[in-house]
Design a protein around this ligand. Structure first.
Ligand SMILES: NC(=O)c1ccc[n+]([C@@H]2O[C@H](COP(=O)([O-])OP(=O)(O)OC[C@H]3O[C@@H](n4cnc5c(N)ncnc54)[C@H](OP(=O)(O)O)[C@@H]3O)[C@@H](O)[C@H]2O)c1
Length: 293
C-alpha cells in the first residue's frame, strides 16, 4: 500500500514516519509540497497515486492564528478540503488530524465524537471547518481528534518546562485548563491502527486527565528522579487569565476514546507513562549530543 505524508518535518510526522516501514511512503515537507498549492497537490497525487494521504501539515500556532486568520484558515480549513476533493478524484483515502480545541469545554464529562463542537478560538474554528470541508468532499476519510501533543521535534510544553525549570526558581502554570497530554509516539501508533478503519471521526489521546499545572509538576518530578539539574523550587498554580494569551482555551477538553478502543481492541497508555518514555528518550538524545544537564 502506498502512502503520502504531508508536513513531514513536523512534530507528529517525526514520530509517524518511522512506524510506516510496512508501507511504501512518500513524505513531503512544506518546502516540497505546500498544501495551499492546488497545482502542486494535483501533480503530487497524479505522480504518486497513493492509496492513502496522511495530512500532518497544519497551522498550529494557537495564539498566532488570532492575528493570522487568513493563513490559518487557508492551511487548516481550505487546504484539507482540496486534499479531500483530490483524494476522492483518484480513489485515495484522506487521514487527517484535528483537535480537542473544536470544543468549548463547557461539558463536565469527556467529549465523544458526536458532541457538538463550538470552538472558542480561531485555531479551533479553522480546524473544525477543515473537518467539515473534508466531509463535504469525500466519504473516504479518517479524522483523528487529539489533544495537547508533545514529542521530540520543535517547541513543546515539556521541553519549555524543562528549560525554564533549569533557569528559574519559580514557575507559574495554569491549573484551570484540564485535558490530556498526548505523546506523539502514542498518537502515531494510533494513526497506523486507524489507517484502514471504517471512515469517520475518532478521538485519540493518552489516557487520564491533567491540568497544565499537573503536567508541569510531573515533568519536574520525573526530571528530578532522573537527576536532571534544576533550579526550580516552586511551581505556582495560576489562572488562565493571568497569562493574557490572545486565544481563549477551553477549561476542559478531555476526549472520550471508546470508539478507538472498540475498533482496535488496544489499551491506551496513560499520559504519565507517555511522559516517562518521552523523558528517557529526550535525555538519551541530549546525552548523545553532549548536552548533559
Ligand atoms: N500540537 C498540539 O498540541 C496539537 C494538539 C491537537 C491537535 N494537533 C494537530 O496535530 C497535527 C500535527 O501537529 P504537530 O504538533 O505535529 O504540528 P507541527 O509540529 O507544527 O507540524 C506541522 C507541520 O506542517 C507544516 N506546514 C505548515 N504549513 C504548511 C503548508 N502550507 N503546507 C505543508 N506543510 C505545512 C509545518 O511546517 P513549518 O513548521 O515550517 O510551518 C510543520 O512541519 C496538526 O493537524 C495539529 O493541528 C496538534
Amino acid at each position: 500500500m502506498k502512502l503520502i505524508v504531508t508536513g513531514a518535518k513536523g512534530m507528529l510526522a517525526g514520530d509517524l514516519l518511522p512506524l510506516l516501514e510496512d508501507y511504501e511512503v512518500r513524505a513531503f515537507t512544506k518546502e516540497e509540497l505546500d498544501i495551499r498549492d492546488e497545482e502542486a497537490i494535483r501533480a503530487a497525487l497524479a505522480e504518486e497515486n497513493p492509496h492513502i494521504l496522511v495530512n500532518c501539515a497544519a497551522y498550529t500556532n494557537v495564539d498566532g492564528a488570532e492575528d493570522e486568520e487568513e493563513m490559518a484558515y487557508t492551511i487548516n480549513a481550505r487546504a484539507p478540503g482540496f486534499l479531500a476533493q483530490e483524494c476522492k478524484r483518484i480513489g485515495a483515502r484522506l487521514v487527517h488530524i484535528s483537535t480537542d480545541f473544536v470544543f468549548d469545554g463547557s461539558k463536565p464529562r469527556p467529549y465523544t465524537e458526536e458532541d457538538l463542537p463550538k470552538p472558542l478560538n480561531f485555531y479551533g474554528l479553522s480546524k473544525l471547518d477543515g473537518e467539515r470541508e473534508i466531509q463535504k468532499h469525500t466519504d473516504n476519510f479518517v479524522i483523528i481528534r487529539t489533544s495537547w501533543l508533545y514529542g521530540h521535534r520543535g517547541k513543546n510544553f515539556p521541553k519549555t518546562i524543562l528549560t525554564r525549570a533549569g533557569e528559574l526558581e519559580e514557575l507559574r502554570v495554569v491549573y484551570d485548563q484540564v485535558g490530556t497530554p498526548t505523546y506523539t509516539v502514542d498518537l502515531a501508533h494510533a494513526i497506523v491502527e486507524l489507517l484502514s478503519a471504517p471512515a469517520g471521526i475518532y478521538n485519540f489521546s493518552n489516557e487520564g486527565v491533567a491540568s497544565w499545572y499537573d503536567f508541569a509538576y510531573n515533568i519536574v518530578e520525573l526530571a528530578k528522579k532522573e537527576a536532571v539539574a534544576l533550579r526550580v523550587k516552586t511551581i505556582r498554580p495560576i489562572l488562565s487569565e493571568e497569562l493574557n494569551l490572545k486565544a481563549t482555551r477551553p477549561h476542559y477538553s478531555v476526549l472520550h476514546k471508546d470508539k478507538y478502543r472498540r475498533y482496535t481492541g488496544l489499551p491506551i497508555p496513560h499520559w504519565l507513562d507517555g511522559l516517562e518514555r518521552w523523558l528517557s528518550r529526550e535525555l538519551r538524545a541530549r546525552k548523545n549530543e553532549g548536552d548533559v544537564r
